[in-house]
Design a protein around this ligand. Sequence first.
Ligand code: PEP
Length: 251
Amino acid sequence: MRKNVIAGNWKMNNDLNASIRLISELKKELSDKNPNVKIIICPPFTSLETASALIKDSIIELGAQNMYSEESGAFTGEISPNMLVSVGCKYVILGHSERRTIFNEPNQLINKKIKAAVKNNLAPIFCVGETLSERENGITFKVVEQQITEGLEGLSETELQNLIIAYEPVWAIGTGRNATPEQAQEVHKFIRELISKLYSSSFAANITIQYGGSVKPENSIELMSQPDIDGALVGGACLKADSFIKIVESI
Ligand code: PEP
């Protein structure tokens, strides 16, 4: 049975002291009373090592927000997969829309990053989603299909055992405007069917597909109750312990 996964993408927020404060608040409230939910936090690189030590012996797991596709070398400012593993990361967000738009990351680079992640036993949280104009032009499915087929090209079902897909409509990220549960469910169902065609129906049935885009306590119950939505990738609402905890509890 697939597991629900709630992941908090802290983005470029929280210096080391603020990270320590937020993690200690989360740890106080998040226990294993929610056995069917996996909880992941993705702080900035500078807080990862400390976060890893702080969440030891808790149910919280650690992810990074990005990485480069090479193992080492002359790539000033970049972080490699094994560096993330060495500080305790198990997950890495790849293909986030902010990386795609602000840093011009194409599907081909995201594909290389996913390959590097799986080679290093890091589970990718692979983000896909259409812009507002793409939705208005009726090409949401086409865009998402291209992101997935190009992003996963050359990767086998065995290599993708720990893959998490996050459907994040770009127009809903950080805007306060979430997709309706029906809009989100429609795309999640499409993604599961696509994965079934590209791989197998059993793989598709077991893959976690998160929704992301202005998830908050007020809308999470309705979104999470859709049959193909298996958790959330949360931005703004994960920066306050109480709202992140409420989202976890809505599962
Ligand atoms: C995100 O950054 O992945 C995200 C979904 O952000 P927000 O929840 O703020 O829309």
